[in-house]
Ligand binder design. Structure first.
Ligand SMILES: [Zn+2]
Ligand SMILES: [Zn+2]
Ligand SMILES: [Zn+2]
Length: 513
């Protein structure tokens, strides 16, 4: 049972204080013994300080060495640092993994960066002018078509699949389902008949999904050129299309693309120019729909005795204007930038393994993996028999084996066009600079000037007034034991609970104002 809605009071919190229970998985006696040993060890304080300094990363990189910051002009040593000063004698660096199943803590940092990256492309900030918010913007979802009937949650409490021409398929399985599935029902996303389900086409579609997206962007530009009555080659003199998109797995094991698509004015050095005033977000939304519907790609056969397949996006392509400054809880209304940035940032930390190895795991998803793996082996054999050079493998399905754990999806999970907003690199560099500034402030006692800080942190140029001289060696990766990993995970969970608690208090305070 899930509760939603603005009226939900903040839940009572005992999730983060010193007295709160740690969220540990101690099913294995070996891990439980490791945890107890760590908690009782004489250097536990040092160890937990080290965990805290690396933000409870579950797989940190250990380095040993020294570095010295020197003023490039005067040669004055500003600060020096050695890994010897660290509690464990090594300097720990976050693993930086985007995936929540790999490192909950680093994936939250990644999601936060993604949120800012996406949000600044919608409403400005982080070096992006606020007027970008006046350009037409739509939120589009491009879906996969159906490769067989699957159990699903329907709108308005309707039954799963009440009507079917025949009540049983040729395999003797029911083709109707009168259940009203709820979230968490293990049947969701599972085919009604796995023998009727077209696994081969499912995998071929997923394999070419990045190509379908590429063709979609080309189709959109062509439609825009028609609408503006200009030659396609000259489109950039009038408008440019910017986007950020993420791929999200659905329960049936197919990906959806969620994208923010923005129309800017002519390509100019600084980007973000105003779009023609008469072209509204609704016009753009309509063109996005039309472009999505028009995309076709003829996929070559997987094996010599296989067929060509004409691929397209699913019929339920959705594209809606995003209104800056608009707040709504109406599911069919316009979207607010925070909502969209939040969705996309959340999706970007998920992966196939969350779906396949996680709670949602089921025989359908494992079957997709198996069939993809079998295809890969057959393709390899065919290539070997034909004496084809391996360099050509990438052209068709030669690398399917590499991607079978991702259910055949080989694309990136989060991508953006170059001038959508800031880059992840710029946000990471800004964080490093902020840490250096705070360290300087501590050292000198001169307070940090926050007013000019953001521009300073996000500036493109590398700081040339100080030099960093250092020598570092790799000293390992990860924590000593699985018990330590569990403790780091539990600390990350506690930090997350605390952050949610603070966000909830802020939200409730905002409502009562
Ligand atoms: Zn990490
Ligand atoms: Zn059903
Ligand atoms: Zn069947």
């Amino acid at each position: 049972m899930t509760t939603t809605g603005a009226a939900t009071p903040p839940r009572p919190f005992a999730g983060f204080g010193d007295e709160a229970e740690l969220d540990l998985d101690l099913a294995s006696p070996r891990v439980a013994a490791q945890v107890v040993k760590r908690l009782l060890s004489p250097d536990f304080e040092d160890w937990s300080t080290a965990v805290a300094r690396v933000g409870s990363c579950t797989n940190p990189i250990h380095l040993t060495g020294t570095s010295t910051r020197v003023d490039a002009g005067t040669g004055e040593v500003l600060s020096s640092y050695s890994s010897d000063s660290e509690p464990l004698g090594t300097t720990l660096i976050r693993c930086g993994n985007r995936r929540a199943d790999k490192c909950p803590s680093c994936s939250r940092v990644y999601a936060a960066d993604m949120f800012h990256l996406i949000r600044s492309g919608v409403a400005g900030g982080k070096g992006v002018p606020e007027r970008v918010g006046e350009n037409p913007l739509v939120f589009a979802t491009l879906t996969a078509p159906s490769f067989g009937h699957v159990h699903g949650k329907r709108d308005n409490g309707r039954a799963c699949r009440p009507h079917a021409k025949m009540s049983r398929c040729e395999h003797g399985r029911l083709t109707t389902c009168l259940a009203k599935h709820e979230d968490g029902d293990p049947l969701l996303g599972q085919p009604l008949c796995w023998e009727c389900y077209n696994y081969a086409s499912h995998i071929v579609w997923q394999w070419w999904a990045p190509e379908l997206w590429r063709r979609f962007t080309i189709a959109l530009k062509r439609l825009l050129a028609q609408r503006l009555d200009v030659r396609e080659a000259k489109l950039n003199d009038h408008v440019t299309v910017q986007y950020s998109k993420v791929a999200e797995y659905q329960r049936r094991g197919l990906i959806h693309f969620h994208a923010l698509i923005r129309l800017d004015g002519p390509k100019a050095d600084e980007g973000f120019a105003p779009a023609p005033g008469w072209l509204t977000a609704q016009h753009l939304a309509d063109l996005v729909q039309e472009a999505a519907r028009s995309v076709r790609f003829t996929a070559p056969p997987v094996l010599a005795d296989d067929v060509d397949r004409v691929l397209a996006f699913g019929a339920q392509a959705d594209s809606r204007p995003v209104k800056v400054g608009h707040r709504t809880d109406d599911p069919n209304g316009p979207l607010a930038p925070e909502q969209v940035a939040g969705y996309l940032a959340k999706y970007s930390t998920k992966s196939a393994t969350d779906t396949v190895d996680g709670e949602a795991s089921n025989s359908h998803l494992r079957r997709i993996q198996t069939v993809a793996g079998e295809f890969a082996t057959l393709v390899e054999d065919e290539w070997a028999a034909a004496g084809m050079p391996c360099e050509l493998k990438e052209l068709t399905y030669g690398l399917l084996g590499k991607w079978h754990t991702a259910l055949g999806f080989r694309g990136h999970f989060a991508t953006k066009s170059r001038r959508y907003s800031v880059t992840l690199g710029a946000l990471r560099r800004a964080r490093r600079r902020a840490q250096a500034l705070l360290a300087d402030a501590q050292r000198t006692g001169i307070p940090v000037d926050l007013t000019a800080m953001e521009a300073q942190l996000l500036a493109d140029d590398e700081d040339e007034t100080t030099l960093v001289i250092g020598s570092w060696a790799f000293a390992g990766i990860g924590w000593d034991t699985e018990g330590d990993v569990q403790l780091a995970r539990a600390a990350a969970a506690r930090a997350r609970e605390y952050a949610q608690h603070r966000a909830e208090i802020k939200r409730v305070a905002g409502q009562s104002n």
